[in-house]
Write a protein that binds this ligand. Sequence first.
Ligand SMILES: Cc1cc2nc3c(=O)[nH]c(=O)nc-3n(C[C@H](O)[C@H](O)[C@H](O)COP(=O)(O)OP(=O)(O)OC[C@H]3O[C@@H](n4cnc5c(N)ncnc54)[C@H](O)[C@@H]3O)c2cc1C
Length: 372
Amino acid sequence: MNDFTADVIVIGGGIAGTSIALRLAEKGQKVILLEKGRVGEEASGRNGGGVRQQDRRPEELPLAMAAIKFWEGMQDELGCDVGYRQGGNLMIARSEGQLESLIQIKDRELAMGLHVEMLSPEETLSITPSLAGNFEIFGSKYCPSDGTANPLLVVKAISRLARSIGVRIKEHEPVRKLMRSDEKVTAAITDNGAYRSPVFVLAAGPWARSLCNTIGFDLPITVRKSRLMVTEPLPHAVDQFVILDKLYYRQTLEGNIHIGGLSPHGAEDFDKSVLFKDFVEVFQWLPRNLPFFRNVNIIRAFAGLTQNTADTVAILDKAPGLENLFLAVGFSGHGFCLGPIVGKLIAEWIVDGRSSIDLSKLRLNRFNIAPP
Ligand SMILES: Cc1cc2nc3c(=O)[nH]c(=O)nc-3n(C[C@H](O)[C@H](O)[C@H](O)COP(=O)(O)OP(=O)(O)OC[C@H]3O[C@@H](n4cnc5c(N)ncnc54)[C@H](O)[C@@H]3O)c2cc1C
């Protein structure tokens, strides 16, 4: 095999692409991974770090629960501390209505085998005193096996391990277009040449749609911009990933608190700039209502791009009418947690002919799209 051929070519070096490449290589495949910039530089390395099962659509929950098994052994496998801790995920109810809907979700999740529990206002405040403030808490839903990790460390460590077992990772190698002949993709074209292989995997996040356009089909994903703000390092205050109305926050092992907004803006121009106006609307609520945040320094803010489907469920499928193009896209703002299991399932599908978890509910046929 020369520098431009492999058993499988993976496009995209986020958590999905690197995990898929790693698991394929473990199964003996020769893999080339093409990344337009540097591994982990897009959403996978600049996200909220939430490794969350609770509050997922039922179609995705089995994957998230299986992913946690991976996360629990990942630091040993990767041979380094990537900041993964199971501090729990806490969803706060600020009204009777919110409490009622959390109880309904809890019942559904328990029936699917996820351990979640409702906490009283007192119990909520006792595990997260940072929430004491000028507003009423009606209770919370708590998933103790959820957690957080350092996104960039995770993706870099997965890619290091993938490289160490033979994956050829080519950074600064943007794929300009795909080539096809009848029912097959034949090449991924970059400025340096044509990469050829019997199998291609598209894990290019929000950019996957434009690559699909080059072979004549329109992937049903839209792009949104999500923002994060980082405080100075503070004494230890919170173990959980806390979700509160339109906000979430978590504390890193270094002490910084990362505060994110849950209502991303449309970003079809792929703009990742951090505008003051994007922040004030959502974030000024926090210091007004939670004294804990009132006098802390903000030291950094950044944004990343998410790839969203209409039903917020990921797409794990073959491209319609193309037998050798696998899609791992559409993670809709919560794909960091899923990355490791997506790697295993797509690798199984490619090498063994089927994945060990049923992916039928993540297929493209749930949308009304015409084959190319
Ligand atoms: C601010 C923010 C907070 C978030 N918080 C959470 C959270 O707390 N928990 C959670 O589970 N998820 C969270 N997410 C979502 C999560 O980050 C994504 O769902 C996940 O990282 C998607 O991974 P990916 O590998 O599919 O995509 P990406 O990370 O977008 O990776 C795609 C890669 O493909 C590369 N690429 C694109 N086009 C080309 C091309 N033509 N040629 C070669 N390479 C190409 C890109 O450079 C990129 O590296 C958040 C996202 C953001 C932005």
